[in-house]
Ligand binder design. Structure first.
Ligand code: GLR
Ligand code: MG
Length: 431
């Protein structure tokens, strides 16, 4: 049987998906957040899907990239990276050293390109898998586990978005103190069976967040716990928190901003440090590893450039005795499937990955992925093993089209200003 893997069509569909009022150090999530759904179609009529960030700066790159992709082959995965180099990045998009909106570390033109490439790589792998009758994990060398463990991703949260703001209701309630955080964790455990918990910190003064983690440790003895203030603390504050929580933390995630500060913290504590902010590109690895700044690198396959780059990151980490796992940003089922396929192929994955997925009440799939016992079963169907729901996609795209521009770019500080007009993004360190 011959297959024609030539890419004949590429579809880009920006969407807005409902997001609850989750708090972080920069503000609060907007009621709707942008994502980009990528579809590639081969000459044989096979469609592959991918997903990535949907803010304007990603769309601006995805469009010329998609133009160049037509006529190339879905199995030319390496070619995606050379193609990406041909697409110019508007310098104003990377002029800020840190991507404050996304809490994703240093922003560079390459990282923007890789975040776009990742969606096309996943779409190509999905199409290739469907064409060959193989799951994506098989294309990545084969799974070494049948299910991937995720941790509950706890957030301080308002009961609802501010009055007068259009939004979808959610049934999680508020979580603004230790009791609220424990109640949220209990819901996560009951609904999805998660056995490890990550709390997004940097929202309240550290004593309050220490109290919340202590309350979690008491309510869920023996469950791995993490706290992630997204670099909001000074080195002395980070060290003080590490000392307070040393007996209950699996790791502390990005307590202070940047490799130098993380190295100082690491030198003063036995608590392992994890990051999705100071090691976000291959170029940042050498300094961080040689300075012993981090003990766990949390990949986000979007900004690392896809699933095969994530495997390469895992190999580099293994070489240096640094652990690897995954963090996430707001995402839908296509990305959860992609994360699950690649995580299934990483031999030494010793920490549960984290996922925002339970916070997303909307999706573009005919069937949502499910967590059982805190795990997602690795799909064995061809490709990613997910199916696009075109009506849902059209509905969420319509919402994007109807938006006047206020929500097309994630801006947690702007969302906070709706409730607190005087709010400015806190300077770092905040405490
Ligand atoms: O682990 C992390 O740093 C994240 O998940 C980054 C996200 O942007 C998170 O802070 C959020 O969604 O507010
Ligand atoms: Mg983090």
């Amino acid at each position: 049987m011959t297959r024609d893997l030539t890419i004949t069509d590429v579809r880009l569909t920006p969407i807005l998906v409902a997001d609850p009022p989750l708090l972080n150090t920069q503000g609060v999530h907007q009621p709707y957040t942008p994502r980009l759904i990528v579809e590639i179609v081969t000459a044989d009529g096979v469609t592959g899907v991918g997903e990535t960030y949907g803010d304007t700066k990603y769309l601006e790159l995805a469009r010329p990239f998609a133009e160049r992709l037509r006529g190339r082959r879905a199995d030319d995965l390496n070619g995606l990276f050379t193609l990406a180099d041909e697409v110019a990045v508007d310098a104003s998009r990377v002029e800020n050293a840190v991507d404050v909106g996304g809490l994703r570390g240093v922003q560079t033109a390459d990282k923007l390109r890789l975040s776009v490439v990742s969606a096309f790589e996943v779409a190509c792998l999905d199409a290739l898998g469907k064409a060959l009758g193989l799951p994506v994990h098989a294309l990545l060398g084969g799974k070494v586990r049948d299910a991937v463990e995720y941790s509950a991703y706890l957030f301080y949260k308002w009961a609802d978005h501010p009055e007068g703001v259009e939004r979808e209701p959610d049934d999680w309630g508020a979580a603004l103190d230790p009791a609220g955080v424990v109640a949220q964790a209990a819901q996560f455990k009951e609904r999805y069976g998660f056995t490890s918990f990550k709390l997004k910190g940097g929202v309240f003064p550290p004593e309050q967040e220490i109290a919340a983690v202590r309350a979690l440790a008491e309510a869920f003895p023996g469950h791995p716990l993490r706290l992630d203030p997204n670099g909001a603390w000074s080195v002395p504050t980070s060290l003080a928190v590490a000392e307070e929580l040393a007996d209950v933390l699996e790791y502390l995630e990005d307590p202070a901003l940047g490799t130098a500060a993380m190295a100082e913290v690491a030198a003063g504590t036995e608590v392992p440090l994890a990051t999705n902010m100071c090691v976000t590109t291959f170029a940042e690895i050498e300094e961080a590893f040689t300075r012993g700044a981090v003990q766990v690198v949390l990949s986000d396959h979007h900004y690392w450039g896809g699933l095969r780059n994530t495997q390469q990151l895992a190999a580099v980490c293994r070489t240096f005795g640094v652990a690897v796992s995954m963090h996430s940003n707001t995402h839908l089922g296509i990305s959860l499937a992609a994360m699950t396929h690649v995580a299934a192929t990483v031999p030494d994955l010793h920490h549960a990955c984290d996922s925002h997925y339970p916070w997303q009440s909307e999706d573009v799939l005919t069937e949502r992925l499910t967590f059982t016992g805190g795990k997602v079963t690795v799909p064995d169907a061809p490709g990613l093993g997910v199916e696009l729901d075109r009506d849902r996609l059209a509905f969420l795209h319509r919402r994007w089209l109807d938006d006047d521009g206020a929500l097309k770019d994630r801006d947690d500080a702007a969302a906070m200003r709706v409730a607190d007009p005087g709010w400015v993004t806190p300077s770092v360190p905040r405490w």
